[in-house]
Design a protein around this ligand. Structure first.
Ligand code: DGL
Length: 272
């Protein structure tokens, strides 16, 4: 016979099982993560929210990013999601702790971090360029991460101001994208062994980044985040595995046909 506590736990599990997974970013970038999440968990339902009206987060203060991120987390938690993925390196660095303090007793909160570990593993003692937003590279979280890997590889941080905002506009095959990248990091061509795409907007310009840097491998945190989400859902016993393909709904705080078009295009884009 079930005890009352077990029944409560089971009821809670059942409630979470019905929920969706909330995924958010400052804009279109987190769609690159969403695609990995769908690959890993094809039966889950996802609600993606891109805060394009307030992008870029990477050039705001930590307090502003916490405030904006919390508003989205509140909206997701209040509308019955069973997990939240912060598909934004900047928002994770600024706000993951605050969001966890409020919600992690009820639902798992999964963040993303620049893929320094896989890059260092693939290039022992190598030189690794780390592309990220100004905020990500300034905060303690990044310094802790690179500090933990000291001696394993050399990391060269490059704040890619303006790049996320350019990705927001779509039409990424236009020549100005490569020109922007050339200005940001052309000087490192031939000087580095690997590159970390430490902002979720950047996987959409992976080919252009690799071209500017001379074809070296590029690493991002999408796959690792998808595995971590899967692990957390298993831990909370709320994996949806009913044989039904899940759905993904894309929402943005910026509501105009141009923005909608970019979201759709990037969601359908083949990620290399
Ligand atoms: N996509 C976000 C990240 O991963 C940041 C882009 C922005 O500056 O808004 O860091």
């Amino acid at each position: 016979m079930e005890t009352e506590t077990q029944t409560q736990i089971n009821n809670q599990a059942a409630r979470r099982y019905e929920g969706y997974i909330g995924v958010f970013d400052s804009g279109v970038g987190g769609i690159s993560v969403l695609k990995e999440l769908i690959k890993e968990l094809p039966e889950e339902n996802f609600l993606y929210f891109g805060d394009s009206a307030n992008a870029p987060y990477g050039e705001k203060t930590k307090e502003q990013v916490i405030d904006l991120s919390m508003q989205i987390a509140d909206y997701m938690a209040e509308s019955g999601c069973k997990a939240i993925v912060i598909a934004c390196n900047t928002a994770t660095s600024c706000a993951a702790e605050t969001i966890r303090a409020k919600y992690s007793a009820q639902i798992p909160i999964i963040g993303i971090e620049p893929a320094l570990k896989p890059a260092a593993k693939a290039h022992p003692q190598g030189r690794i360029l780390v592309m990220a937003t100004e905020v990500t590279l300034t905060l303690e979280k990044y310094h802790e991460l690179s500090g933990r890997l000291e001696g394993k590889a050399e990391f060269i941080p490059v704040a890619c101001t303006g790049l996320a905002q350019r990705v927001e506009k779509g039409a990424l095959q236009e020549p100005d994208v490569e020109q922007l990248l050339e200005g940001l990091m052309g000087q490192y061509r031939g000087q580095v062994d690997g590159v970390v795409l430490g902002c979720t907007h950047y996987p959409f310009v992976r080919q252009q980044v690799r071209k500017v840097l001379g074809g070296i491998p590029a690493y991002d945190g999408g796959e690792g985040t998808a595995r971590e989400l899967h692990r957390q859902l298993q831990l909370h016993e709320c994996v949806k595995a009913d044989g039904q393909k899940g759905q993904a709904v894309l929402e943005s705080s910026r509501k105009d046909p141009e923005t909608e078009k970019v979201y759709k295009e990037l969601f359908e884009a083949e990620l290399q």
